[in-house]
Design a protein around this ligand. Structure first.
Ligand code: GDP
Length: 299
């Protein structure tokens, strides 16, 4: 959690500090409230959530006779509430009846899917779970090689097919390998060519069908690059029409001042952010926790 704080507060460009110093002014006048709104909008919290948050802050900070509450405490509480404390953010990695859990990882190219698969594998191995990786992004030889490198690094088996081969067949073989070897979790990396929406829908649909002949798909994680802001939201919308997303992985938060995108993307998709990517290294991934996230933002 210490690292979450270091990485986030550095890359958020003082979002939290900015808000806190605005709120510590003696008089919270209209200019100050406007500056607070601007800060939240710049961080990609979104228009409606920003207005609602400011309204709540204003209401709670209105002094009515008694002692006014500490504005910083109120800000922290309201931000945590906005990010959501009652969402189930566990990633379901194990299956039922002795079968593996299957986690499909989807998202546009470059969002960080392959890296995410590698990092999740690393976490699972550290938890003494056995893992198989499926390299179903067969369109790009580099993606398959990259996953193979992660497999070596983390010490898990990678099932790959011929270059340009059928992604569903690789997914099938990966899950078969998992079932045959009593593996706990199969992580399947997929291609994300959003240019051809119908094609991608067919492809992901087929991947799901062949997997479900053998085991349950326990999670469909959508990987979104936090630095892409509103574009990321549009992608999220399109992907949620293509496949039933069960959780979001927000990557590259280490390089983004747009942490507020968490709020928007959860609203947009109605599913929680479950993991965050904080760098390119194998240990640069953390489960998402609303209060730790807000504390990191506030620095
Ligand atoms: P894919 O095409 O979706 O599989 O994306 P990749 O996993 O190949 O990642 C694209 C680039 O983003 C690579 O250079 C990764 O090292 C980098 N990357 C992935 N996740 C993160 C992250 O959380 N933080 C940073 N800074 N870079 C990341």
């Amino acid at each position: 959690m210490q690292r979450l704080r270091e990485r986030l507060s550095r890359s958020q460009g003082g979002l939290g500090q900015g808000l806190l110093s605005l709120l510590s002014r003696d008089r919270l006048d209209e200019d100050t409230w406007e500056a607070i709104e601007d800060t939240l909008l710049t961080a990609d919290v979104g228009v409606a959530p920003t207005q609602a948050l400011v309204e709540k802050l204003r209401t709670r900070l209105r002094v009515e006779g008694g002692q006014a509450p500490d504005p910083r405490t109120v800000l922290r509480e309201e931000l945590i509430e906005l990010v959501g404390t009652d969402l189930d953010r566990r990633v379901k990695v194990t299956g039922a009846d002795g079968k593996p859990g299957v986690v499909l990882v989807v998202g546009v190219n470059g969002a960080g899917k392959t890296t995410t698969v590698g990092k999740i594998a690393r976490i699972l191995v550290a938890e003494d779970l056995t893992v198989t990786l499926g390299a179903a992004d067969t369109f790009r030889a580099a993606a398959v090689d990259q996953l193979a490198t992660w497999g070596e690094r983390v010490g898990v088996e990678v099932v790959r097919g011929p270059e340009g081969g059928d992604p569903a067949s690789v997914a099938f073989e990966a899950v078969k390998h998992g079932v045959d070897n009593g593996v706990d979790t199969v992580l399947v990396d997929t291609a994300g060519r959003l240019q051809n929406k119908a094609g991608l829908m067919d492809e992901l649909g087929k991947i799901k069908r062949v997997i479900e002949k053998q085991a349950d798909v326990t999670e469909v994680l959508l990987v979104l690059d936090a630095t892409t802001g509103q574009n990321g939201l549009i992608q999220a919308r399109v992907f949620s029409e293509i496949v039933d997303v069960t959780g979001i992985v927000l990557t590259k938060l280490d390089g983004s001042a747009k942490g507020g995108i968490v709020v928007q993307v959860q609203r947009e998709l109605g599913v929680p952010v479950k993991l965050v990517g904080l760098g390119e290294g194998p240990d640069d991934m953390a489960p998402f926790d609303a209060s730790a996230f807000v504390d990191a933002l506030l620095g």
